[in-house]
Design a protein around this ligand. Structure first.
Ligand SMILES: Cc1cc2nc3c(=O)[nH]c(=O)nc-3n(C[C@H](O)[C@H](O)[C@H](O)COP(=O)(O)OP(=O)(O)OC[C@H]3O[C@@H](n4cnc5c(N)ncnc54)[C@H](O)[C@@H]3O)c2cc1C
Length: 545
């Protein structure tokens, strides 16, 4: 008996060969063309080749497996407050920052947000821990605009397309990253509960005293933070290193042991006489930082759509190669239904994310209606894609069978990562209440959403939007109905986008299953029998050459 025979590997899918995750994805290529930014192809392709490489996938695995470690003191007992990352984390950060994922939106004129969306969509198919400092750095630019002097000092370094992890004053660095520290023990959603104090010093500086319960990427070069100046909740910038090269008293007390997002350190920090500079007007701190959150929410929409793409790709690849009961899994009618349903969800998410990016671009170019749309649609899309991502990740994992539940597959990491986007930058209820407030303040916001969904005239969509309008009008129940209203609006717009930009039979399968089929919608794999699952999956497949 030859022992080696027991180890013959049969019926296991091959690894996905190195590929360009941009050019292989026809949906993404079409999305950038629709947004008028087809010229981003060389940059997207360079990033796509990295994202689709075995080398980058290995970095992503290692950066998460070898989680960051906190060093509070050196061997002589001096406080150092350093987080040590695995070299793979640095390799990823270097590639992402040099590719300009964080900066392209601001450096490019027209179409900047759409180009950023293309890069960030790709990045989120690879690794999400590094996406956190990248997105915070991206979103810092509108906040710097509230402090012209700080903007002059920091903006060029933020946009430098260089990753420089050294602990140095920002002036001596090739590039910087920016974090934010708002959440305290007693309140994260309700930032009016902030207790950190700011004490004015002669010369216009401030010293902070307080504790922050969550501060991700604590090796960032500076942090936007909230503190009470007298009684006013105010925004400040806290550099990690001071201009004279000494450390700002910025104490990293411990790192959170998280469910996912393990490559990224998230810390509890303490301010004790920590130097800070004022950002914006005293008392306008929450409003100032909401501007940052609006942009990180935009990124969450794009990132969640990218993560769905990664989950779908893994499922489609596995089912294409694996056989059971004498046929490829993808040829089994029920598996084809599951894959097709996942594909519809993923395509609708991509269309929603890029429609939002386009609205950001048009708003920046001065289009008032696009501005209403991007303001209202950002929280709606954030809510909805964050609610859809965990079940997509779960279902895709299940498509891989036991292999999906094993850490060597990226599916397991994606599954643990999936809920986080729904929690930070406004948890679901808080987001829905934001939507409610925005819609009650401005009729124009609802009109922009209604017009967007009506761009594909379909009675099923119209009924949803009318239903949402009626629920909103009932002041007594609007708050407890907020999730249903936001879901109706999100689905109405997704369906409209599918009807306009997807294949007609895929769009019809989306509308039937999401808008009016009693047997569909609670789990994936419940498309009605008439759906052409085979062709829907075929459209979703990466073009791997
Ligand atoms: C991994 C990770 C990293 C993070 N990094 C950072 C960071 O870098 N900087 C930072 O400042 N914060 C960070 N956070 C904190 C995060 O932003 C907060 O956890 C989040 O805003 C929720 O705040 P909370 O934890 O205090 O929960 P709470 O505010 O107590 O909310 C708990 C629940 O109650 C719901 N809720 C709240 N108000 C209402 C209401 N009026 N009606 C109905 N429901 C309501 C919320 O939706 C939520 O589901 C991080 C969190 C995590 C998990």
């Amino acid at each position: 008996m030859n022992d080696a025979l027991t180890h013959e590997v049969l019926n296991q899918p091959p690894p996905v060969a190195d590929h360009d995750a941009f050019t292989a994805d026809p949906w993404l290529v079409a999305a950038v063309e629709r947004c008028g930014v087809a010229d981003v192809a060389p940059q997207a392709s360079a990033l796509g080749r990295f994202v689709g490489s075995a080398e980058a996938q290995r970095h992503a695995e290692l950066a998460n497996r070898e989680a960051p470690r906190l060093r509070t003191h050196d061997r002589f007992g001096n406080r150092v407050d350093e987080v040590e990352y695995h070299p793979s984390y640095h390799a990823l950060m270097e590639f992402g920052m040099e590719a300009g994922v964080h900066s392209i939106a601001w450096k490019r004129g027209r179409g900047g947000f759409s180009t950023h969306a293309a890069l960030f969509y790709l990045w989120n198919q690879l690794e999400q821990g590094t996406a956190c400092p990248v997105t915070m750095t991206f979103a810092s630019i509108p906040v710097f605009a509230h402090a012209p002097e700080l903007e002059r000092e920091w903006r060029a370094k933020v946009l430098a397309d260089a990753y420089d992890p050294r602990s140095l004053p920002h002036a001596g660095k090739r590039g910087v990253t920016i974090g934010m520290a708002m959440t305290e023990k007693q309140g994260g959603s309700d930032l009016r509960a902030v207790r950190t104090r700011a004490i004015a010093q002669p010369g216009g500086e401030y010293l902070l005293i307080g504790h922050k319960w969550f501060c991700s990427a604590p090796m960032s070069d500076a942090f936007f933070t909230l503190a009470r100046l007298e009684d006013k909740v105010t925004c400040f910038l806290v550099p990690r290193m001071l201009d004279d090269g000494s450390r700002n008293p910025f104490f990293i007390q411990r790192l959170k042991d998280k469910c996912g997002n393990r490559s990224n350190a998230s810390a509890e920090i303490e301010y004790r006489g920590t130097h800070a500079r004022l950002v914006g007007e005293p008392g306008r701190g929450i409003a100032t930082l909401i501007e940052m959150a609006h942009h990180t929410r935009f990124d969450i929409v794009v990132g969640a759509a990218g993560m769905m793409r990664a989950a779908l790709n893994a499922a489609v690849h596995h089912a294409h190669h694996r056989e059971a009961f004498g046929r490829k899994l993808e040829q089994q009618p029920l598996m084809a239904n599951v894959l097709a349903d996942l594909a519809l969800e993923t395509e609708a998410a991509l269309l929603l994310a890029f429609r939002l990016a386009q609205a950001f671009d048009d708003a920046r170019a001065g289009d008032a209606k696009a501005n209403e749309l991007q303001r209202a649609l950002t929280p709606i899309a954030k809510y909805w894609l964050c609610k859809r991502l965990p079940p997509v990740a779960l279902e895709a994992m299940e498509c891989l069978g036991g292999n999906g539940y094993v850490e060597e597959s990226a599916a397991a990491r994606l599954y643990r990562e999936a809920p986080l986007n729904g929690i930070w930058e406004g948890s679901a209820n808080v987001i829905c209440l934001d939507v409610l407030r925005a819609l009650s303040r401005s009729d124009a916001a609802f009109a922009a959403l209604a017009d967007e969904s009506a761009a594909a005239p379909d009675p099923r969509i119209r009924r949803r939007i009318e239903w949402a309008a009626a629920r909103l009008a009932d002041r007594a129940t609007a708050e407890s109905d907020a999730r249903s209203v936001v879901e109706a609006l999100a689905l109405g717009i997704e369906a409209s986008l599918m009807l306009r930009f997807s294949d007609p039979s895929a769009a019809e399968a989306f509308c039937v299953s999401r808008l009016d089929s009693p047997g569909s919608g609670r789990a994936f794999g419940t498309l009605p029998g008439a759906a052409n699952c085979g062709s829907i999956v075929e459209r979703a497949r990466l073009r791997l050459g």
